[in-house]
Design a protein. Structure first.
Length: 98
């Protein structure tokens, strides 16, 4: 059940009350007995977890999740051979880039 926060308009007494959503709002102050209670808007006390939420919501201190490496890509200790430059203008071997 939700916890609602109330404040008395007469004596400024603040308190919390656990109520069902369908329960009527409280009107009488438990301290002074006046009918000047108003419901306050306060911070929400729940977290949205699980699939379906944005990756930036409620993550541990702004840390990005680590990417898992594919075991087939980096399985050996032999580095990949360097790529060859293309012949012609795109590769910088035609002399126009100098």
């Amino acid at each position: 059940m939700p916890i609602y926060e109330y404040e008395c308009g007469s004596c400024l007494h603040k308190f919390e009350s656990i109520q069902k959503i369908s329960d009527p709002l409280l009107t009488d102050c438990p301290e002074c007995g006046q009918s000047t209670l108003k419901k306050l808007i306060s911070a929400v006390g729940f977290r949205l977890k699980g699939n379906g939420w944005y990756a930036t919501d409620f993550k541990g201190g702004g840390q990005k999740p680590e990417k898992k490496s594919d075991p087939d890509k980096n399985s050996g200790s032999v580095p990949a051979p360097p790529k060859k430059k293309a012949d012609g203008c795109a590769g910088g071997t035609c002399g126009c880039a100098n």
